[in-house]
Design a protein around this ligand. Sequence first.
Ligand code: F6P
Length: 359
Amino acid sequence: MRIGVLSGGGDAPGLNAVIRAITKTAIFKYGWEVTGIIDGFEGLLTPTKTRQLTSWNTRGILFIGGTILGTTNRGNPFAHKTVVAGREIVEDMSSMVINNIKELGLDVLVVIGGDGSLKIGSGIQKLGVPVIGVPKTIDNDLMATHVTFGFQTAVDTATEALDKLHTTAESHQRVILLEVMGRYAGWIALEAGMAGSADVILIPEIPFNIDKVTEKLLDRKKAGSKSSIVVVAEGAKPAGGEMAVREKASDGYVLRLGGMGEIVANEISRRTSFETRVTVLGHVQRGGSPCPFDRLLATRYGAAAVELIAQKKFGEMVSYQPPLITSVPLEQAISCLKLVEPEGELVKIAEGMGVSFGR
Ligand code: F6P
C-alpha cells in the first residue's frame, strides 16, 4: 500500500503531528510506504512535487508548528486559477491530478484540511481515487467532528493575548479590542473570550447592536471598572450590516475578512469618551507549537486515518466523538458549517455572568 498525504488550506498547529502519526503508523504497524505531496493539491499538478516520508524525516516534528509539506489555500484543481497576459484563467485540472495520482502509484490520498480542502478531496474520491479526510482548522467550523485540531492552540494563544491586554488596559484606563480569526464562526472569540474574561464578545452568529456594546461599557464604568476588554471575531457584523472584508476574488468569493475590530473601536470612541486601542491577533493564532491537547488529537487523527485505510473505509473523514475517534462520510463532513448556537450553553452562561454579545 502506498499512501499519499497532503495538507491543504491554511495551516494549523498540529499538522506535523498528523503527518508524523500517519507515517509512523503506516510504516511500523503495516509496513506501508508514505509519499508526502508538497504544497497541497498544487503538488499533484504537472510536474508533481513529492517527497518520500520516513520515520527518520518525520522525527522531531511533533511539537513544531506549520507543515513540513507546505500548503496553500488558493489551489483548487477543480477551478485552478492562473494569470496569463494579465487575465485570470480558471481551468478544471482535476483529470491531471487523477492521472498524476495514478502515475505516482498512490493507492489512497489522505487530505488533511478544512471544509475547502475536504470538498476537493470528496471531488477526487468521486473521480475514483480512494480518499481519507482529517479535519483541520483553527476555526473549528466542521460539523462532523466535536473539534478540529489547531483550534485549542488558537484559543490558548488568544487567551494569553487577553491576559496581557487586561493589565495594560487597566493601567491606562482604556477599552482594548482584540480581533481574532475564525471566518464565519465565532468559536475562537467565544472560547477565548470566556477563558480570557472579556466583557464584550462579538461573533458572526449574533449580529451586534453598537448601542448595546457602548451601554455595557458605560455601565461597567459607572460600576467602578477602570478598563474593559472587547473580543471581536473577524466575521462579526452589526445587525443589518455587513462583515468587514479585506480581500475578494474576481468571482466575489471572500478571500480574507478583517477590520471589524477597528470599525467597532471607532464607533465606541465616537459615542463615548473612552480611549480605545485595537490589537489584531492575526496569524499568530495559526503559528507556533501545538498545545498538548492538539498534539494528542492530531496524533489520534493520524493513526485513525491509517486504520481507516487498513479497513478500506475510503471516502470517510476521521472524527472526534468524545471519548472516541470514529469516522463519518466525507460528504456529511462538508455538508454544512458548525457555527456557534446563539442560544447555546456557553453563550447563555456568559450572558448570565454579565458578558455582552451586543444584543
Ligand atoms: O481558516 C483559517 C483562517 O485562519 C481563518 O480564520 C482566516 O479567516 C483565514 O484562514 C486567513 O487566511 P489567510 O491565510 O489567507 O490569511
